[in-house]
Design a protein around this ligand. Structure first.
Ligand code: GLU
Length: 494
């Protein structure tokens, strides 16, 4: 068996979307599980669709996801160049070969003529078929028209009847009626090769053993196989990954929310979680395990278990998976990843983060906060009151907890804390202090915890109260309690 070689071949028409990321992931998984190679190839033959900066975005997202490639941009390799726009001469050579062998021909039909044909067939309610007027032009006529500089494209001569059977690695047997195919264009009027042509040349020259790509390319596969055969190339194995569907089983689109890897990154998702989620979209690990690292997936990966049914995209599941990774990844790692969110939200500055003591504080804070949230953004959202003062309190909370009794108890807590020696400001000491009040008053702990929570954070939901107090420090704790008492008393009077 020769070494497995697969590729991820994005067209740089935007940033990396979940669909593309999944295609990349499964090629990566297959290469890694087989000890093979993953090639990154940029399919930029169509300048009209090319988007400036897109290659950089795609590469950044792949790196962020931890999907590395063995050959391609940045790393080089024996099949350079890996940008299709730099391979024009290579394509030209093979186009010439097909022309010389009579397997391709010049087509002089103008867009207007083709449109007129299309219109006739539309009126007859027939699907458009190129009527092939140029397929059998005489050599002399072709030469005369070429010499006259007539614009032309180049079309591939396909067999006009017969069947083709393809064994797809995911879909199994697929049959195609060749009579349904046109003599498709392989080089456009401006001389650039079309996708179907360039992809075959590159997949062959780059030694691809398997082509794993999105299901939308199924109609291209028989055309490409005909080209492989015409050029005398060995045909790789094909596998087409099922569509990613929206929850209502429609085509996934912008209206269904975030689509690109960069958007998920900006929303505070972790690369491990997004990868884990994408892994489950179309493949099932043993025992339907839901949390599975990419290393473990590589060990278990079996292409035969890939589903040919559309995979339904479920953001809630991704959110849940993210929460799992947020708890289980090392604390230092989460701190590292969450820093930009704190800076972006104006809670801290880059300079603040350079201080060792501050970093220790942030680590403690993240440890306490991460337990209750599911994204990096939510860690920052749940941390604002540690960095910013506030003068409003949750309204429902005020009605419920800043009652006469609540405020009186809050005062009591405040005075006890103020009187406690400086050294006694740990979670355990504060717990003792609160428990003593509970006993004296004969009340439930919630009676003093809830007003305290609202006083310190302005919110009704926070991490453990004593953790919050220690993180705020004694001075700030007292200051916030004073503010709340003054606010509460004013409310009660008014
Ligand atoms: N460049 C194509 C795309 O982005 C992929 C082609 C292929 O995988 O064959 O859809």
């Amino acid at each position: 068996m020769s070494e497995v070689r697969v590729r991820f071949a994005p067209s740089p028409t935007g940033n990396l979307h979940v669909g593309g990321a999944r295609t990349c992931l499964f090629n990566w998984l297959f290469a890694r599980s087989q000890g093979g190679k993953l090639v990154l190839r940029i399919e930029d033959t169509d300048p009209a669709r090319f988007q400036e900066g897109s290659v950089g975005q795609i590469i950044r997202s792949m790196k962020w996801l931890g999907l590395d490639w063995d050959e391609g941009p940045e790393v080089g390799g024996p099949c350079e160049p890996y940008y299709q726009s730099q391979r024009t001469e290579i394509y030209q050579k093979y186009i010439q070969q097909l022309l010389d062998e009579g397997k391709a021909y010049y087509c002089f039909c103008t867009p207007e003529e083709l449109e007129a044909q299309r219109e006739i067939q539309r009126q007859r309610k027939q699907p458009f078929r190129y009527p092939r007027p140029c397929r059998n032009l005489s050599k002399e006529e072709v030469e005369r028209r070429l010499a006259a500089g007539e614009p032309h494209s180049i079309r591939f001569k396909i067999p006009m009847k017969g069947n083709m059977r393809v064994h797809d690695l995911i879909h199994g047997r697929m049959d195609f009626d060749l009579g349904q195919f046109d003599d498709f264009v392989i080089a456009k009027t401006n001389g650039t090769p079309t996708y179907n042509f360039a992809v075959v040349i590159d997949d062959h020259l780059m030694g691809m053993t398997h082509v794993l790509r999105a299901e939308e390319h199924i109609p291209n596969t028989p055309k490409q196989i005909l080209l492989y055969e015409a050029l005398g190339f060995e045909v790789p194995q094909f596998g087409h990954m099922s569509m990613i569907l929206a929850p209502d089983r429609s085509k996934l689109s912008k209206r269904h929310g975030a689509q690109s890897v960069e958007e998920f990154q900006a929303m505070g998702y972790l690369p491990e979680a997004l990868l884990n989620y994408l892994t489950l979209l179309g493949w099932s690990p043993e025992g339907n395990q839901e949390i599975i690292t990419k290393e473990e997936t590589v060990k278990q990966f079996d292409m035969n278990k890939m589903s040919h049914k559309g995979a339904v995209y479920d953001i809630k599941k991704l959110y849940w998976i993210n929460g799992q990774y947020l708890q289980s990844l090392p604390l230092e790692r989460i701190v590292q990843d969450v820093k930009p969110f704190f800076v972006k939200d104006g809670l801290v500055t880059e300079d603040w983060l350079k201080d060792e003591g501050n970093l220790k504080y942030l680590t403690h804070l993240v440890e306490v906060v991460r337990v209750r949230v599911k994204t990096l953004q939510e860690i920052a959202d749940a941390s604002t009151y540690f960095f910013k003062d506030f003068d409003t309190f949750d309204e429902k909370g005020v009605r419920k907890f800043f009652t006469e009794e609540g405020i009186a108890l809050l005062k009591k807590c405040r005075d006890r804390i103020a009187a406690a020696p400086e050294a006694e400001f740990t979670e355990a000491d504060l717990e003792k202090l609160y428990n003593a009040i509970v006993e004296e008053e004969g009340i439930a702990l919630g009676k003093i915890i809830q007003p305290s929570r609202l006083a310190l954070s302005g919110r009704t939901v926070t991490p453990g109260m004593f953790d919050v107090m220690v993180l705020l420090g004694k001075e700030k704790t007292l200051q916030r309690m004073d503010q709340a008492i003054a606010f509460g008393e004013k409310q009660l009077k008014g």
